[in-house]
Write a protein that binds this ligand. Structure first.
Ligand SMILES: [Zn+2]
Length: 183
């Protein structure tokens, strides 16, 4: 973890041997609000003694303790307001170029989702995953991660288009030279 954990932080950790990351909003008092996955545990677990979490993974928004959220993995903090270049070169799903709302506002949005106080129409509430949920709480709307990924991919493609003609010319030159030398 790069800095001290603070209420309103977007946190994440590995899941399933690092196959994907799980995201949530730290709301203080060692508690996290997150969008749970839908997968079922292979066997029922006893409720958490710290937060009472029944550990039922039902695809709903829930408030659990940090230990339940991490499930034994290391805690990381998702960064906001990073430069375009930092965003481009860092692993996807770890940061955003967009700026976070103030912590109290982030916690208010996460809590409102938890208590079903925000209607679907108000926030276009259709999250694809737990990262969407956390980004929405942090910025007020989702759509940043995927859109920015497309933009980044576009920028890389444009760069490749600039490089490719040069590479192509070099290859053509090499071909001509090799043909000439064979004679
Ligand atoms: Zn717990």
């Amino acid at each position: 973890m790069s800095r001290t954990l603070e209420p309103g932080d977007h946190i994440y950790c590995k899941r399933v041997e690092g196959l994907y990351d799980h995201h949530g909003i730290y709301v203080g008092d060692y508690m996290v609000i997150h969008l749970q996955g839908k997968a079922k545990k292979s066997k029922p677990l006893p409720p958490c003694q710290k937060c009472g979490n029944k550990r039922v993974i039902n695809g709903e928004i829930a408030k659990v303790c940090v230990d339940c959220f991490l499930d034994g993995e290391n805690l990381k903090v998702y960064d906001y307001g990073v430069s375009f270049w930092e965003f481009t070169f860092r692993r996807s799903g770890t940061c955003s170029t967009r700026h976070s709302k103030p912590p109290y506002e982030v916690i208010r949005i996460a809590t409102a989702f938890l208590h079903d106080e925000i209607s679907a129409s108000e926030y276009n509430f259709l999250f694809n995953n737990c990262e969407d949920f956390a980004v929405t709480c942090k910025t007020g709307n989702k759509g940043s991660v995927q859109v920015l990924s497309y933009l980044t991919a576009g920028a890389v493609c444009s760069a490749a288009a600039i490089v490719c003609p040069v590479t192509g010319l070099a290859l053509a030159g090499h071909y001509v030279a090799s043909k000439f030398l064979r004679r």
